[in-house]
Design a protein around this ligand. Structure first.
Ligand SMILES: NC(=O)c1ccc[n+]([C@@H]2O[C@H](COP(=O)([O-])OP(=O)(O)OC[C@H]3O[C@@H](n4cnc5c(N)ncnc54)[C@H](OP(=O)(O)O)[C@@H]3O)[C@@H](O)[C@H]2O)c1
Length: 436
């Protein structure tokens, strides 16, 4: 019998995701060996705290080390799996691995969005594979379809719910009428929100994922700094009620689209913000902490990817899929498709993003108010689709929904409305996405 050499992994990190990777590698060892054509072995596991209680892990304790870089450099390591997170030292480890020809699998969205170029360059230099399916939308197979299956098509738009914490909060607000703080408390109690929820509720996590998706969809390097970002902390129970009245729900969306800029040149727009979407839109029914991504491509039409976007086990599933892919490639002496950035499209400014808006104004109860407000919209070339007037005296309000307009025109409209003595306050300005 011919003995095939095992594929040896350096596992960097053994926390929520890493521990599940260890467990799945053990539980599925026989199947993985059959699928890859060689056993997959763990050469070492780098952690920060040797003494940490990790529960019963099916692995030899002698494999643990705190010297991650030393482990990466070992001659008996073929593949480096990074599930630590953060920019440094993860970047140094991965660049070292890739440059020296070792394949890398990572779930590190923050690093990929901030400096994915450094990793791709190192992979090209070392002729090594770089896979990162788990970095966006956890278990959902999404990056491979964008990177391979849709490479014969032209993607025009990617719209996603890519953060489970904020989706849980907004779904709870929609279901119960609760305010943001109350819904966040519930999310924290149930373990859907971290003790410091800033990265989620302020949209940083979703912005990192938006950058990764836009880079893949539009064959261009897009970083987190290119993404216009707004979180959900300002979304009120009244906004959610207004959305309901319009047959909509509010979701934190990441939207990456391709189209002409103000000069007509091809460009991309990448943004993360809360938006109303019609309840009939496929993304509206994505509840709790689930993720879903809606892809529009010229030939394929509309595609939707749905599933668990986080959690140790779902994320480890995506990491394992990548491990199998890179292990197979090594055995057959081939490389995955390398980074595709030939289009090199510029990111257009947020001011040029065209969307519809829902604006709630508290106004004076006087004749002519409606005409004055409508005049301000017209002055900035923002066309009104519907107006709803309600209440009397101190309670008088207007809800205006516009047709598609550039962000800059809407901002100028809102600025001027704020200066009118008949406008007591602007209660909310929300974008409206997705048809209807
Ligand atoms: N958790 C999810 O649901 C999820 C979903 C998608 C993507 N991800 C990504 O997956 C990665 C890991 O997330 P996680 O939730 O598993 O994190 P985690 O539970 O905090 O685990 C991090 C691991 O890294 C180790 N570590 C930290 N600093 C280190 C250092 N300087 N040297 C060696 N080891 C170090 C820690 O060691 P100790 O154990 O000794 O502390 C721990 O084992 C992140 O990039 C995250 O964004 C996570």
């Amino acid at each position: 019998m011919i003995m095939v050499k095992p594929v040896r992994l350096a596992l960097l990190g053994c926390g929520t995701v890493g521990a599940e990777v260890v467990r799945l590698l053990h539980e599925q060892a026989a199947d993985l060996t059959a699928r890859v054509g060689a056993p997959i072995e763990i050469a070492g596991i780098a952690v920060r705290r040797m003494g940490r209680d990790r529960g019963p892990l099916p692995v030899d304790p002698a494999l643990f080390t705190t010297d991650a870089l030393g482990l990466v450099k070992r001659d008996d390591v073929d593949v480096v799996v990074e599930v630590v997170g953060g920019i440094e030292p993860a970047r140094t480890w991965l660049v070292e691995a890739l440059r020296s020809g070792k394949s890398a699998v990572t779930a590190n969205k923050a690093l990929l969005a901030e400096d994915g170029g450094a990793l791709h360059d190192a992979a090209a230099e070392g002729r090594a594979d770089l896979y990162y399916e788990a970095s966006v939308a956890g278990a959902i197979p999404l990056l491979r379809p964008l990177r391979e299956s849709l490479h014969g098509d032209r993607i025009t738009r990617v719209t996603g719910i890519v953060n489970g914490t904020t989706n849980f909060i907004l779904s709870a607000m929609d279901a119960t009428g609760a305010g943001f703080t109350e819904a966040l408390e519930e999310a924290t109690e149930l373990g859907y929100a971290e003790a410091d929820p800033t990265a989620d509720v302020e949209g940083f996590d979703a912005a990192a994922k938006a950058a990764i998706l836009a880079s893949l969809a539009f064959h261009s390097r897009v970083t987190a700094a290119d993404v216009h970002r707004e979180g959900i902390t300002e979304v009120t129970a009244a906004d959610v009620a207004s959305a309901k009245a319009m047959g909509c729900t509010i979701k934190l969306l990441c939207i990456a689209s391709r189209g002409p800029d103000s000069t007509g040149a091809d460009s991309v727009s990448v943004r993360v913000h809360p938006a109303m979407i019609p309840r009939t839109h496929p993304l509206a029914s994505v509840g709790d902490a689930f993720n879903a991504v809606f892809v529009e491509a010229e030939a394929a039409g509309q595609l939707m990817f749905y599933g668990r976007g986080a959690g140790g086990s779902p994320t480890a599933s995506a990491v394992l899929g990548d491990i199998v892919a890179v292990a197979r490639n090594r055995l057959s002496g081939v490389r995955a498709p390398s980074e595709s950035v030939y289009a090199d499209l510029p990111v257009r400014p947020m001011g040029e993003a065209v969307t519809r808006y829902h604006i709630s104004l508290d106004v004076a109860d006087r004749a002519g108010v409606l005409a004055t407000v409508a005049g301000v919209f017209a002055k900035h070339d923002v066309s009104i689709a519907t107006v709803r007037q309600s209440g009397r005296a101190d309670d008088a309000s207007l809800v205006v929904v516009t047709h598609g307009a550039p962000e800059a025109a809407l901002a100028a409209t809102v600025e001027q409305l704020r200066g009118l003595d008949i406008v007591r306050s602007i209660a909310s300005v929300l974008r409206v996405e997705g048809g209807a």
